[in-house]
Design a protein around this ligand. Structure first.
Ligand code: HEM
Length: 550
């Protein structure tokens, strides 16, 4: 063998050996990170990674691998936290290192750096979050109470007018509240052009984001020519659509100001403080759009889940209604202040959120540096999931965790089971560690905790209370008059616990209730007016018809 052949063969063999070595390392779990399912070379756990209803598989794995485990996908790591202690130590105590979001190339291509819930922790996120927290603060929510109440009066009126459309009425209501309080314009119908377009755009945007997860696993796909990558055209389409919709929020606000018809919406406050808070005009427009995006779906699906649970548990629904009737009667509508005298209704709301959560895996975070927990290393760059689904079903925390039992929150303010309660009594109330995170963990913990928590509580509490006061929610009947089975777990794929549209027999509880609902709706007209400056002609006609015949 000549020297050249020898050298070429030696280089070739060692390159091949190196490639094999790398291939076997890729996908392998590093020895100091939390355990997890067995891996395959290159793939890691990709072959067993769930493509839908991830929380179910993640909870199954938690039973085998414990409160903290990892899933490997090629070189990447996802860490799953399935106890309050792990969530508290990793996401609250080390919040400065665990407040990034996982890489999201699609969000960057579509929205540059303007979609703040997808941004990493940093100055831009800080400016937007500061503004969001002012717009959604308790004092802003209290100031917005008249329009919030008026929107709830339309929700009740819509349920009574057209009960079979309840699913869309709820979506209209939640979007309209975020739109009116933040952007100063409302939507009287689900077909109101802005809302209709908004929901269509968000639907396509979420689908594109799901594809984006694949793109972030295989970044080389970004360099494919467009003929082989049709998603690039979709990126351009959604980018223009989103910019158009989101920037119209600030444009409308500017025009109202120029006409002298400002209505006190959140974006007005943001515009006034923009310079101090480091916000540009595009950042303000996107803030408006993003808050409608973040608040619309989450609140609506929470009410959809509440209706599902009320229908599936008629005895609990009846008990809640008896309590409401005892405290309020049928001569007036209940208010959120009445809740303090309604322990069962309060417990009902908390139990829905425990058993049928809005975000079963929270929203994923990412570590910006190595983070330690109980001797394990969570590697820098790792995606971090809060396994709320598993925590909410942990038998160490809750008796009969799979059962819908609002009473648990009457026996203990956090709903904890007998064994844990006596353990807590022995330890003393100051020494219960991160158990204090329950049930607030439903909204996230640490620096990236949901900015809309106060508004969301207010909306969910008031809407649940009033819907249960006003209506009976019964299972639909088959042709022989027998109640049909209800599948409460029939959720859409995706990160949220959103049910597919379902049927429900909704009936107003008495003529007296019906008259009060009509009257409240009529009384709301002058409160709506300042938020109706941008209504289209079709909305105006429909709206006048409802008011005159309401
Ligand atoms: C029942 C209703 C809601 C639930 C269960 C919910 C839950 C959550 C959760 C789990 C997160 C992720 C927090 C984290 O990363 O740890 C989040 C983020 C967020 N939520 Fe909510 N949310 C609700 C309603 C709302 C509403 C009404 C708004 C505003 C109108 C809102 C605005 C936001 C925003 C802007 C973020 C992103 C925060 C960030 O990335 O820094 N949410 N929410």
């Amino acid at each position: 063998m000549s020297t050249t052949t020898f050298v070429t063969t030696a280089i070739g063999t060692s390159a091949l050996g190196w490639l094999v070595f790398i291939a076997f390392r890729v996908g392998r779990r590093e020895p100091d990170i939390p355990p997890g399912p067995p891996t395959l070379p290159i793939l890691g756990n990709l072959h067993v990674f769930p493509t839908s209803r991830m929380h179910i598989k993640f909870t199954e794995w938690a039973k085998t691998y414990g409160e903290i485990y990892t899933i490997k996908v090629a070189n990447g790591t996802a860490t799953v936290l399935s106890s309050l202690d792990a969530v508290g130590h990793v996401l609250e105590l080390q919040s400065n290192l665990t407040s990034n979001r996982p890489p999201n190339s699609i969000a960057k291509m579509v929205a540059d750096d303007l979609h703040f819930p997808t941004l990493n922790y940093g100055p831009k996120w800080n400016s937007c979050t500061r503004a969001a927290r002012v717009v959604l603060s308790p004092s802003a929510v209290e100031r917005n109470k008249p329009i919030i109440e008026a929107e709830i009066s339309q929700l009740l009126y819509d349920f009574m007018r057209e009960p079979e459309g309840f699913f869309d009425h709820t979506k209209r209501w939640s979007a309209s509240i975020a739109l009116s309080t933040v952007c100063g314009k409302r939507a009287p119908q689900i077909s109101t052009p802005y809302v209709n377009e908004f929901y269509s755009m968000v639907f396509d945007w979420v689908r594109l984001l799901e594809f984006g997860a694949i793109l972030d696993l295989a970044p080389a796909l970004k360099y494919l020519p467009e003929i082989l990558a049709p998603w690039k055209a979709e990126v351009r389409r959604i980018r223009l659509w989103m910019q158009d919709l989101y920037m119209s929020t600030v444009k409308d606000c500017e025009e109202r100001e120029a006409r002298g018809t400002s209505n006190g919406c959140g974006l007005e406050t943001v515009r006034e403080n923009a310079e101090d808070w480091g916000l540009t005009r595009p950042m303000i427009g996107f803030l408006g759009g993003v808050l409608v995006e973040a608040g619309g779906d989450t609140t609506a699906l929470t009410i959809h889940n509440t209706i599902l649970m009320a229908m599936a548990h008629p005895e609990a629904q009846k008990r809640a209604q008896e309590e409401i009737d005892r405290v309020v009667g049928s001569d007036r509508l209940p208010t959120s202040d009445d809740l303090d005298r309604m322990p069962y209704v309060k417990a009902f709301i908390l139990e829905v959120s425990r058993l049928k959560p809005t975000a079963p895996l929270g929203f994923p975070r990412a570590a910006s540096a190595d983070v330690m927990y109980k001797g394990y290393r969570i590697p820098s760059g790792s995606t971090i999931f809060t396994n709320y689904w598993s925590i909410s079903r942990d038998p160490a925390l809750f008796d009969d965790p799979e059962k819908f039992m609002p009473e648990r929150y009457i026996q203990h303010p956090q709903g904890f089971g007998k064994a844990l309660r006596s353990q807590m009594e022995q330890q003393g109330s100051d020494n219960t560690g991160f158990l204090k995170l329950w049930p607030g963990v439903a909204f996230g913990v640490g620096k990236r905790k949901c900015s809309g928590t106060y508004l969301a509580h207010n909306l969910v509490n008031t809407a649940t209370l009033r819907l249960l006061w006003a209506f009976n929610f019964d299972k639909p009947k088959d042709p022989s008059g027998k109640p049909k089975n209800v599948d409460i777990w029939n959720d859409k794929p995706g990160i949220l616990g959103a049910p597919f549209p379902f049927d429900c027999d909704i009936s107003v509880r008495s003529p007296k209730h019906a008259e009060l609902i009509r009257q409240r709706f009529r009384d709301a007209a002058p409160i709506f007016e300042p938020f109706e400056q941008e209504l289209c002609e079709a909305d105006r006609q429909w709206w006048n018809f409802c008011r005159n015949h309401g």
